[in-house]
Design a protein around this ligand. Structure first.
Ligand code: PSV
Ligand code: MN
Length: 387
């Protein structure tokens, strides 16, 4: 396998970026403001389009409702297309309203469930106007103390709430259900793992899938195994890429453990996830708390591209032969060879051949964009988690 052989796959590699990555974010201790941070969904989209212009890798932007609420979504879509990108996944939000303190789609109070279901129906309406395929649901639902909630009943309530939402999707739309093992609930979480998400999406129907956020697992979890399994079952809908050292750190994908990212992408390739029409949506779900946001996003999509190139260069025939022969060390060496391959020069030449800057991070620094937005975006309220 030579670099030329993998170019067709690189050409169709697309990584969706999250609108919220361009807003201010932080921890429960402090959110630092940055000069030039977008005040509106339009400004977030303009920044995301800059990432795409310099990398060719990020043709769609995911929105979070209500953070990106506007009066006219068709106009927002037209604005995005004008900038050279499309709108992507619509993320719902049932974790920032007082009503949801004890749950949303799983709440035992029918009125709270109604409110949470209606929010998702609003998201589906928005999807019709933005041209989005996917509705992504992540729930903060759970409990902090044993005995606080009937965990079994909540599974039944979750199913009926999800079924009502799913029934409203158009034929070309999908539901993806994200899992997370803890936080903000610390004792039990209603969708804590891929198995629970899988059980729910299969109960819904053919157009419901699992979303795998790489930061949502206990330390030491073999995430690539989950990827292999979900692809085998035909239910891997999307990734939320990011990286973590300790919990749900939301750091730049591939920054903490590029080898883990490589292993995950190897299974994506193995399972056909990069084939046209696979339905696997690669997406970032990150925050840039201390670094500049736009170059942070550029670095992120480049990290994914690099991992993809290495995974595609893996000599699968030789690997299969070594595995078949029980050649343990030989197989591992073939695997490691692909990981250690330095693809940076080839990728730079590849970018140049596509009319893109060889080094998009440097091109961004030299473009003056950061200085321009810092000078222009004065006044107003900078976008953040709450807006
Ligand atoms: C939850 O931790 C999560 O990963 C979900 O995807 C949310 O929508 C997102 O973070 C918000 O940043
Ligand atoms: Mn996520």
């Amino acid at each position: 396998m030579t670099f030329d052989d993998i170019v067709p796959v690189l050409d169709r590699l697309a990584i969706e970026v999250p609108s919220w990555a361009y807003g201010n974010s932080g921890t429960r201790f402090k959110v630092f403001a940055t000069a030039g941070t977008p005040r509106t969904p339009q400004e977030k989209i303009a920044d995301a389009a800059t990432v795409h212009r310099l990398t060719g890798l990020a043709p769609t932007v995911a929105l979070h409702i209500p953070w990106d609420r506007v009066d006219d979504y068709a106009a927002l879509r037209a604005y995005a297309q004008d900038q050279g990108v499309d709108l992507g996944t619509i993320n719902s939000n049932t974790f920032q309203d007082d009503a949801y303190k004890l749950g949303s789609l799983t709440h035992t109070d029918a009125a709270v469930r109604r409110k949470a279901i209606d929010h998702h129906l609003e998201c589906i309406e928005i999807m019709g106007q933005t041209g989005s395929r996917d509705l992504k649901i992540w729930l903060a639902d759970g409990s902090n103390y044993p005995g606080q909630a009937d965990i079994r009943t909540r599974q039944d309530l979750l199913h009926s709430s999800l079924a009502e939402i799913y029934a409203q999707l158009a034929d070309d739309q999908r539901l993806v259900l994200e899992y997370k093992f803890f936080e903000p609930a610390f004792y039990h979480t209603d969708v804590p793992d891929w198995g629970t998400s899988y059980a729910h999406v299969t109960a819904l129907g053919e157009r419901a899938f699992v979303c795998l956020d790489t930061g949502h697992h206990a330390p030491g979890t073999n995430i690539e195994f989950i990827v292999a399994q979900l692809l085998r079952l035909g239910r891997l809908g999307s990734f939320d890429f990011n990286s973590r050292f300790y919990a749900d750190d939301d750091l730049i994908v591939g920054a903490a453990d590029p080898y883990q990212l490589f292993r995950i992408i190897v299974e994506v390739v193995r399972g056909g996830g990069l084939e046209p029409g696979s339905g696997v949506q690669l997406m970032l779900d990150q925050c840039h708390n201390v670094e500049d946001k736009i170059p942070g996003q550029i670095r992120s999509v480049l990290n994914v591209q690099e991992a993809v190139a290495k995974a595609l260069l893996l000599d699968r025939e030789a690997l299969a032969k070594a595995q078949q022969e029980g050649d343990v060390l030989g197989a591992n060496a073939i695997f490691m060879d692909a990981f250690w391959t330095d693809v940076r020069a080839d990728l730079a030449a590849y970018r140049a051949s596509r009319g893109l800057p060889e080094d998009p991070v440097r091109a961004y620094a030299e473009s003056g964009y950061q200085q321009r937005i810092a000078a222009e975006r004065v006044g107003g309220t900078q976008a953040s988690w709450g807006a």
